[in-house]
Design a binder for this molecule. Sequence first.
Ligand code: NTF
Length: 834
Amino acid sequence: QPKTPSKDDSEFRDYSHSEISRDVATIKNSVVMHLTATFLRTPASIDSAHAYLASAFSVRDRLLQRWNLTNEYHDKIGAKRVYYMSLEFLIGRTFDNALLALGLRQEYSKVLGDVGFCLEDIIDEERDAALGNGGLGRLAACYVDSMACSNYPGWGYGLRYKYGMFQQQILNGYQVEAPDCWLDSPNPWEFPRPDVTYPVKFYGHLVRDPHSEHRFKWESNVVYDAMAFDVPVPGYGTTNVGNIRLWSCKTNTLFDLNKFNSGDYQGATGGQVAAQILTDVLYPNDNTNDGKELRLRQEYLFCSATMQDILARFRKTNRPLSELPDLAAIQLNDTHPTLGVPELMRILIDDEGLSWDEAWDITTRTFAFTNHTILPEAMEKWPVPMLDKILPRHMGIIYDINLFFLQKVEKQFPGDRELLNKISIIEESNPQQVRMAFLACVGSHKVNGVAAIHSDIIKQTIFKDFVRIQGEDKFINKTNGVSPRRWMNECNPDMSDLITEVVGDRSWVNDLTKVKQLEGKLEDVNFRERWWAAKQKNKERLAEYILTTTGIKVSAHALFDIQVKRIHEYKRQLMNIFSVIYRYHLLKQMSPEQREQEVPRVVIFAGKAASGYWVAKQVIKLINSVAEVVNSDEEIGDVLKVVFIPDYSVTAAEVIIPASDISQHISTAGTEASGTSNMKFVLNGGIILGTVDGANIEIGEEIGEEQIFFFGCLAHEVEDFRHYLRFNQPKPDSALQTAFDMIQRNTFGDAQLFQPLIDAIMRGGDVYLLSVDFPSYIEAHKAVEEAYRNHDEWVTKSILSVARMAKFSSDRSIQEYAEEVWNIEPQPVLNCGL
Ligand code: NTF
């Protein structure tokens, strides 16, 4: 047992509570200290990698001090906290973000400049923390950023994957995956907590408590340890610092001393290998569930450690467990953390001795659930036999949750057996499956979708019967948002300076409603020119990036037409590349004089395909094959270029997004729950070409329909088209047919490679309705081109759009969650009086 000091803490308190001085000399001193004492370098042996590490560690000192202040204060006042549980946090880089948040960018630039480094080069030394696939993981990162910036007491909880999202290389046009060994060099942005470690059990058997119907003892000797790593989340312009607590499977407790002593050195560490594997890799699927046992074990390790940690913090308050919902709100980011529900029930009943009803009341008042997709292939289900083997106690609890739920429904709707079948948490398939979305719904007091259309759709489809049973009020909408810190202030410095000039200060970074003032600048010719110069500079920066990453030279004066996101059939990158092929065909028909008249265009793609998703990988190959032919066609020159930027990431997005003229968000209506890159592009002065889907709709409502190019069928028409196409051959229009013909004539290499992509449309029922939407898509492209020719109009669209984007700040989303779901309040640590 560690000893506690015999005097009170006043002697140390003043030191820990007075802010480290912000002058250049102090910063320099701290950087040099870290360089020499943390990294054992001398000023003579400094390189950019160590300049980054030493600077980052000195920034981290400040964050950790504020981290302590924040949590000490929130504990002291007994603040209610929200816990955002997510298997993914797509954080990206932190150094620049932290410098801006602390207001120390200039100072660090000076310190590094004094030894001859350029801050931008040092920033480039940092590797992305890519602990997520796409929108869902990046949303979680934006949300903890907003919690910190808006002073909400809130933590993220996640897993510390040793290997994050794989790195994508393009070899011979194909995607090749390489491991993302992001922890190979020291990570300044995490703080290990060996003292915060919890045991997590698997397998074993149950012993019923003779005195209580619902209590069991779960015995197992397969026990892993989950150890915490804390990732500080800088709050911009506030002392508050948020936290993401990531769990890592700890290994040393599994060292088998008996085996070691008997000379079996490898066997002695066998347990360590098994333990590590649990948090080794992020599953690389976006919008698909692959149902692997290892994934289930990851999910449980995560949920168990998190619930134990939340309860340990709660117990320190000495308040009765019935008050847990007054101090803790838990948000389930999709169904992946749903085992938190039976895990909390297990602890409350088996360990704490509460009755079923007491435990259920506490649990359902604590949890809320966000659904992010309705794609059938993404719906999480676990076979009952698998769950029963790995987590026998939880399987029992899930059965009981289901039983009591069905009993209630039976009372409400007597005799409606079909209804009971439809809503049962256990699907009566062979084998039976646990429907995690239903478990999450039943275990939560609020369920939300992520954009207005999506929240409506889930009420009419997967949760239709639940709305009838549990009432309308439980099912709400919380439209997604993005952080203006990262997705404007950090990634687009020139435009940010212009906004700052108009607003008068940088306060818009934490209050995006202020960008409305840009509307007053619409007629200001000089301002408009500078606005456009900022966009132009961003395009030049991207042209440079394209050259270094692909070797392709593009003109920054062309229209930049960008589609960057995970490669998925429903997102329809295939439709985009078909339209590029058709454009290429048209250009080839023209005389040189006619081609001169065309708006030159660079079509830019980026995105990863899940490693097991064959169709998506063929789409990447097709894009690269088209790029190769088009880009080397001298007749075409700069009128059309096609680029696939490899290894899309948060950091790549920060270069790509500010440079768009047009960005494409062209999912089949009703399939993209929200999308968030659409918001980032518009916030950066780009125009959307998109379908009437997800958040595109609300963006259109906010910025005005003249500022957005919509096309394609509507969500309510999709089922009829799909039904028709199940029984009838699609009828591609002549443009789409032209694209097929060119592929089939081997224009882009061996047609055989791409025939399956055409077959999916012509023989596979065209599930994503490419043949239906293609004509209006081509028309929309024409409209874009016409609009782009009118430069003044285009600049007006760009400024107006940004001015009207306030709604899409994640600060607005988080405020809505805080008020309507979590019941928490901002607690700025500045007023703490510690
Ligand atoms: C994604 N869902 C949706 O596909 C996006 O439209 C949405 O913007 C993000 O969530 C964030 O809400 C998923 O990744 C998942 F896992 F639900 F399939």
